[in-house]
Structures are given as structure tokens and as C-alpha cells.
Write a protein that binds this ligand. Sequence first.
Ligand code: PRP
Ligand code: ADE
Length: 178
Amino acid sequence: DSLSKLQLLQRHIRTFPDFPKKGILFRDICPILKDPATLTAVTDLFEEHVRKNYKEVDLIIGLDARGFLFGPLLAQRLGIGFVLVRKKGKLPGPTLSVAYDLEYGKAEAEIQEDAVAPGQKVLLIDDLLATGGTLYAACELMRKQQAEVLGCMVIIELKELNGIDRLKQHSVFSLVQY
Ligand code: PRP
Ligand code: ADE
């Protein structure tokens, strides 16, 4: 059931203090990927959330880099497409970009101009919500593409960084909170 799937997930998140900088408590999702039953449980939990709350979704939008690990599995389960939002300079052809701040640095998010059609309904996915800068930038890209953001999904939400406030126009679903 959902509870045991969540327990399995919780047991497969490791915590490293002072990475990549002093004062950051880094939540490592690598053990999830190393254990197929846990990866299946995570995909199940996301799929259950989408099927229950969003009857019509056209695309899953994954964020560089760890959103790429979970997004395609979910999109395939749902029988819909997956689109990449990448860090600047990685995507060929015409692109749109938005700059943002991170818990530990700065970055720029980019998407191919033709990746999403106006009016398409999308769900954004990443491994973790910290300050919300990354998901906010991705939502900005969706706004530029005139897509409809149904919601954002993450495995982990870091509550004390209030990322949810930054994304206040959007619903955010998380599997585990710290
Ligand atoms: C991490 C994480 C999220 C983002 C969350 O990625 O995977 O994408 O930070 O932080 P925020 O809510 O403060 O924006 P990071 O930028 O470290 O890059 P990576 O996925 O390439 O490791
Ligand atoms: N991305 C931003 N903050 C993070 C954290 N504390 N752990 C893992 N990934 C992160």
C-alpha cells in the first residue's frame, strides 16, 4: 500500500551534512535508483497522484538533472510525452531561457521553443524542492510557452526554505518532507 511505499522511499534517502557547501544538508536520492523496488514505488506514488488529481495531462516536464531520472518513467506509465528543461547551453535549435538562484549558486533554465504547444496541460517534476528557484524558472518557461501548469511534483520538499511560497500560484505535491 501507499504507506509501505512511502516507508520504502524514506529508507532510501541519505543525508550528507556540508555538501556541496558548509551548512547545506544534502538529501541524496541515489539509493532510490539503486533499488528497483523503491524506484517502482516512487513511480507508483507519482502515478497514483496524477491519475487521482489530473484527468487530462499532455506532457511531463522534467528539470535538469535529477528530474530526468524520474520524469520519463512517470510519462511512460501515463502514456504521454516527456520534455527536458535543461541548464543553459545544452539544447540545440531555438530556445527560451530564464535565470534563477539556487540554494547554493546560480543557474539558467532553458527549453526548446517548440517543445510545448500553447494551451498544453503540463506537470513539472524534479527530485527536490528547496528555495523553489528551479521550479519557479521552469514555470516561467511554461508561461512563455503559453502552457497550462497543472502542478509541480517532487520527491522531497525542504520545508524550512519555503519554496512553496515562491510557487504560490501552483500546487506542489511532495512525497517526503523535511
Ligand atoms: C537541485 C535539485 C533541484 C534544485 C532545487 O538541483 O535537484 O533541481 O536543486 O533547488 P531550488 O528549489 O532551490 O531551486 P541542482 O541545481 O543542484 O542541479 P543538478 O540536478 O544538476 O544536480
Ligand atoms: N538541491 C538544493 N538543495 C538541496 C539539498 N539540500 N539536497 C539535495 N539537493 C538539493
